[in-house]
Design a protein around this ligand. Structure first.
Ligand SMILES: [Fe+2]
Ligand SMILES: [Fe+2]
Length: 302
């Protein structure tokens, strides 16, 4: 079924849910006795050689990675949305305001993720390495066709919805402050997903079928580029784990870790977006053959 998203509707919804950073934090601190990410994303339980405490620590390292990854992708979402808004400032007042609201919220999210990252790192006690720098990753992503980038952003907006609704919302054991971050982020991202659908449609309207196919290849290229980063990040996470716990794994355990965790990161940032029904619907609207292609590729990332 075709969606009924409008700039006016997204703007009205954004005004209703808009929050301040203080609303998310509310004077609380991260509680390192609790897990941060739901098991559906963390996938630490399929590592039976780790104790309960060690699994919690790995879960928290994944929680830190989640903050870093959002900080990183929002670094390219913000300039992209601003550039897109600028192309037609005189066409539709609701469009301009809704896109400026979108950009303003992403700037706030960048600030919020940074704040959480700082608080996390000051409570952690050992070094946490991460991929980057974000500016270099943003530059590489933004060097692609705008429609490729808009598809990547749409994919991200929709997986944020999936993460919250399918894994986070009903998880009762998570640290309440970290969960509050995920909830507030989800609330605003719901509007972004709709606006990004409109961005994809507006861009694609000027493309031939062949150009759309090329832009879709660009989307897959960016996915491949991010995938390499995720494999590296899974390695960094293991090093952070060893530093935090003093435990080094046997070769067999390390191999098992790599199998489980590389796939866990793939699912979190790639597979969960590629399989979102609304993302698939937009891809189908561009060209039904592209949806079939995506559905064939997606299981590798799930
Ligand atoms: Fe965001
Ligand atoms: Fe967003």
């Amino acid at each position: 079924m075709k969606h009924a998203y409008t700039y006016e509707g997204a703007l009205a919804a954004a005004h209703k849910v808009n929050w301040r950073i203080e609303d998310v934090i509310g004077g609380r601190q991260l509680d390192f006795r609790k897990p941060f990410l739901p098991e559906g994303l963390a996938r630490v339980n399929p590592l039976p050689f780790l104790s309960g405490d060690e699994r919690r620590i790995l879960n928290q390292i994944r929680g830190h990675e989640y903050l870093v990854m959002f900080g990183l992708v929002e670094e390219f979402i913000l300039p992209f949305v601003l550039d897109h808004a600028r192309t037609r400032l005189d066409a539709n007042d609701d469009r301009v305001r809704a896109l400026m609201q979108f950009a303003g919220e992403e700037a706030k999210h960048i600030q919020l993720f940074k704040r959480f990252r700082r608080d996390f790192e000051s409570g952690w006690g050992s070094r946490l390495d991460v991929i980057g720098p974000p500016e270099a990753i943003a530059k590489k992503v933004l060097s692609h066709d705008p429609l490729s980038v808009a598809l990547v952003i749409l994919h991200i907006e929709w997986f944020t919805q999936k993460h919250y609704l399918e894994s986070i919302k009903d998880s009762q054991d998570l640290d309440p402050l970290y969960k509050s971050l995920l909830k507030h982020h989800w609330m605003e991202e719901a509007q972004h997903a709709k606006l990004d659908t409109l961005m994809v449609e507006a861009l694609a309207a000027g493309y031939s079928k062949e150009e759309i196919g090329k832009a879709f290849d660009g989307y897959l290229d960016i996915g491949g580029f991010l995938d390499q980063g995720l494999v590296q990040q899974a390695k960094f996470n293991l090093e952070s784990f060893t530093r935090a716990t003093g435990r080094s794994l046997t070769t067999q355990e390390e191999n098992q870790y790599a199998d489980v965790q590389e796939q866990a990161l793939r699912w979190t940032y790639l597979g969960s977006g590629m399989t979102h029904p609304n993302f698939l619907e937009t891809v189908e609207m561009l060209d039904p053959a592209l949806r079939r292609r995506l559905e064939e590729i997606a299981p590798t990332f799930c």
